[in-house]
Ligand binder design. Structure first.
Ligand code: ZN
Length: 452
């Protein structure tokens, strides 16, 4: 046992209050994980897994390689990258076998190593621009007082990518990045892209050489370049002095007041890793810049802000509970109602939707709806009760992500199949924008029935 071992107590108390409520964990996951370290449970796990699939396909189809780099590396890597000098206060650093290691605060140094390795082994068969994407899980130290829900955390996942490009294609690469970013916002998250504005984050010239690596001329040149690209993009932008990354200026994308994606220009890292010399050695032009970019930024923070902004309503493909079929029982045709509702649910499940069935007594229906609308918020609700059986008409209520409200649709039916087809027309409408991103459907039929 290490000598600084602290006894935190290894017993958990099973506490059951007089009303039968169990509170082994005092909060959702108790204090056993720690503040600022988000936990995606069974519902969030579905959202994250589907999101990761979409993002991975999206990037691969647009010419990115994918990587998965480790959480921990020797401090030496971060000394070379400059993180140890310029970012140390945000890093977790510790010893293993008397060597210093750090938890990665960013993925960039690893992506530089990937390019270096490719150049070394495959030489001029490596063509530029070279793009690497990673859903990189990073950890950064934040003061405990600064932690706030999913919005300010210590461990998070970035939809991170780095583009290594010769100067001649830099502008085209940044414009490509910008277009991709808008596609994701518009088709996956239905964000009002007409409200996008940009923020050009520049250095503070008096801090160059201290807070910012490189010479004043290099910074001026890089900032002027990024200003030209911002002009080309053609949306409104403001300039902010002293907001650049330590390695270069950046363009941040803002929707309304919400800061989303970022494109950062870097003339430092390629030089610190001697990439230019390496290029020359393998017979390529020693001309290389690097773009750091993320569309959602921290996925945790993005989802937290999204849920807050849109009353907890996730897009259909990402929503853990996609379709809820409700049997409304009133003692009349209950047998027939249940048979129909179960048949519809079974068929929707066989199409790999996350579809669930519940039975609710007619008198309790309104309060049950209030409960699910304030809780799991299914994207689609299908009601089957006595009235529906008699009229052969089933109401399908779906949440329209563009208009941000529930809409109604009546499905006239003779068979289970008719109802399923009616629901399917709605799901087609909800899935189509995502199809446009990758040409694929994203279905992950995890059983979450215990949440209902
Ligand atoms: Zn980076």
């Amino acid at each position: 046992m290490p000598k600084d071992h602290v006894d935190y107590g290894s017993d958990l108390d099973l506490i059951v209050d007089p009303r039968g409520r169990i509170s082994v964990l005092d909060t959702e996951f108790g204090t056993l994980v720690g503040a600022g370290i988000p936990f995606f449970s069974v519902g969030g796990g579905v959202t994250r897994t589907v999101l990761h699939r979409i993002l991975t396909d999206f990037h691969v189809q647009r010419g990115y390689r994918v990587a998965m780099t480790p959480a921990i590396a020797s401090s030496r890597l971060f000394a070379v990258s400059g993180h140890l000098d310029f970012y140390r206060e945000n890093m977790y650093i510790f010893n293993i076998d008397e060597h210093e290691f750090a938890i990665k605060p960013m993925n960039c140094p690893f992506h530089v190593l990937i390019l270096m390795n490719a150049l070394q082994r495959y030489r001029n068969r490596v063509s530029l621009p070279f793009r690497i994407f990673e859903l990189g899980h990073v950890h950064r130290y934040e003061l405990s007082g600064a932690l706030y829900g999913l919005l300010r955390v210590r461990g998070f996942t970035q939809d991170d990518a780095h583009v290594f490009s010769p100067s001649s294609s830099m502008e085209a690469e940044i414009l490509k990045v910008y277009r991709e970013m808008v596609e994701i916002y518009e088709h996956l998250f239905h964000l009002p892209v007409e409200e996008i504005s940009l923020r050009l984050s520049l250095s503070d010239p008096s801090e160059i050489g201290k807070e910012y690596i490189g010479s004043r001329e290099e910074w001026e040149e890089a900032e002027e370049f990024l200003r030209r690209v911002a002009d080309r993009i053609g949306v409104e932008y403001t300039e902010e002095k002293g907001e650049a990354a330590f390695y270069g200026p950046k363009l941040d994308v803002v929707v309304g007041e919400w800061q989303l994606g970022t494109v950062q220009f870097d003339f430092n890292l390629p030089r610190r890793f001697h990439l230019l010399g390496l290029l020359e050695r393998v017979g390529l032009e020693p001309d290389l810049y690097m773009i750091h970019r993320a569309y959602l930024g921290s996925i945790e923070r993005f989802l937290g802000a999204y849920l807050e902004k849109f009353q907890g309503r996730l897009p259909f493909v990402l929503n853990p509970v996609q379709i809820l079929v409700i049997s409304v029982l009133s003692g009349g045709n209950d047998g027939e109602i249940l048979k129909l509702a179960e048949g519809v649910t079974r068929e929707l499940k066989s199409r790999e939707f996350r579809a669930f069935h519940v039975s609710v007594d007619r008198v309790g229906l309104a309060s049950y709806i209030r409960k699910v609308e304030s809780g799991v918020k299914p994207s689609v609700l299908v009601f089957i009760g006595e009235k529906e059986i008699e009229s052969h008409e089933v109401p399908v209520k779906y949440y329209d992500p563009v208009e941000r409200k529930r809409k109604d649709r009546k499905v006239v039916y003779e068979s289970v199949e008719d109802i399923v087809n009616g629901v399917h027309e709605v799901t087609e409408y909800l899935e189509t924008p995502v199809d446009r991103l990758t040409g694929r459907k994203y279905r992950l039929p995890v059983d979450l029935s215990h949440l209902l």
